[in-house]
Design a protein around this ligand. Structure first.
Ligand code: NDP
Length: 296
């Protein structure tokens, strides 16, 4: 068996970003509209701050108007919702992203519901989640990580997944459920597995497309994978790496990458697979939102 084709998420993301940058410049030249992205972060979580910084700098690279709002840990619902209300009303802001997770005293669902669906570039508001569920891809905004993972799947198979079995491990609103709906819309036969699933290994072995979004380092083993299958690893897990010295860490996915690469037909690495696609699709969604307001 040959080693799997490595699906290059960095390259795919760079191609999305190049298209977004070109379309942004065209939009501004022809209509004067500059896409605007507002990113809101509450608290001091270093990983969340790093993600927000990366989103802001990418927005600037794309030629967007980008604003960051850093609120203190003890921010109340009322304060956060007042800010979201102001951003909803600001015509220069086309996309609003509230970085998750929020501090535990804040209810993310409640805050996400306050974002106008047409500015919900993370695609997590129930209106956008409902549009994906009903197959309305033309007026909704699709949540970024599943949209990015789907683009990688379509790069390999094209738009029509008829006859292919897809298994997703994980049923979160953030990823597993929308990913299942996108695969279903592309005609795959979809199974969504979770912590109560019996005999996960046997189920996974039936997958032509196996998507892991669990949050358990290297849980998916090589003997769970059908020979030649496409493996999309969404997991981002930081684990100790003593080889990097005391306190050293490294990122791994939910799939045992090295062993899985010997069996799979194609596989996404971590880092460098699905991760870069998430930011690229956020930029794409912000551009889409700006184009839609421009058309009224
Ligand atoms: P959640 O914790 O919300 O969901 C995890 C899912 O995995 C749940 O449905 C859970 O089942 C299931 N699960 C947990 N343990 C097992 C198990 N032993 N066997 C089978 N299923 C299990 O996580 P998210 O969906 O938010 O994220 C998943 C992973 O993806 C994380 O590593 C996260 O960091 C990463 N991620 C990466 C992104 C990117 O940009 N690349 C973006 C978003 C997430 P149950 O529902 O029964 O509890």
């Amino acid at each position: 068996m040959m080693a799997a084709h490595v699906i290059d998420g960095k390259q795919a993301a760079a191609s999305v970003i190049a298209d977004v940058t070109e379309a942004t410049s065209l939009l501004e030249r022809t209509t004067g509209t500059k896409p605007g992205l507002a990113v809101v972060i509450v608290g001091n979580d270093p990983a969340s701050h790093a993600y927000v910084k990366a989103k802001n700098s990418m927005a600037q690279r794309c030629g967007f108007h980008s604003r960051q709002f850093s609120l203190p840990e003890q921010t109340t619902h009322e304060e956060l919702e007042t800010l979201v209300g102001k951003l909803n009303a600001d015509p220069a802001v086309h996309g609003i992203l509230v970085q998750l997770p929020l501090p535990t005293h804040l209810n993310a669902e409640r805050v996400l519901m306050r974002i106008l669906p047409q500015k919900d570039v993370d695609g997590l508001n129930v209106v956008n989640a409902g549009k994906i569920a009903t197959g309305d891809f033309s007026s909704g905004l699709i949540s970024c990580t599943p949209a990015g993972a789907m683009l990688l799947v379509k790069q390999r198979y094209g738009d029509d997944l008829s006859g292919l079995n897809a298994v997703i491990i994980g049923r979160s609103n953030l990823f597993g459920k929308p990913m299942g709906l996108l695969l279903l819309a592309a005609n795959a036969t979809v199974t969504i597995a979770h912590s109560r699933t019996q005999d996960l290994k046997a189920l996974c072995r039936n997958a032509d497309i196996l998507v892991a979004a669990v949050g358990q380092p290297e849980m998916v083993k090589a003997d769970w994978i059908r020979s030649g299958a496409t493996v999309i690893d969404v997991g981002i897990n930081r684990v100790p790496a003593p080889e990097k010295g005391e306190g050293g860490t490294r990122l791994v996915g939910d799939v045992d990458y090295t062993a899985a690469s010997e069996v799979a037909g194609a596989i996404t690495p971590v880092p460098g697979g699905v991760g870069p696609m998430t930011i690229a699709m956020l930029m794409n969604n912000t551009l889409i939102a700006a184009c839609r307001t421009d058309r009224g």
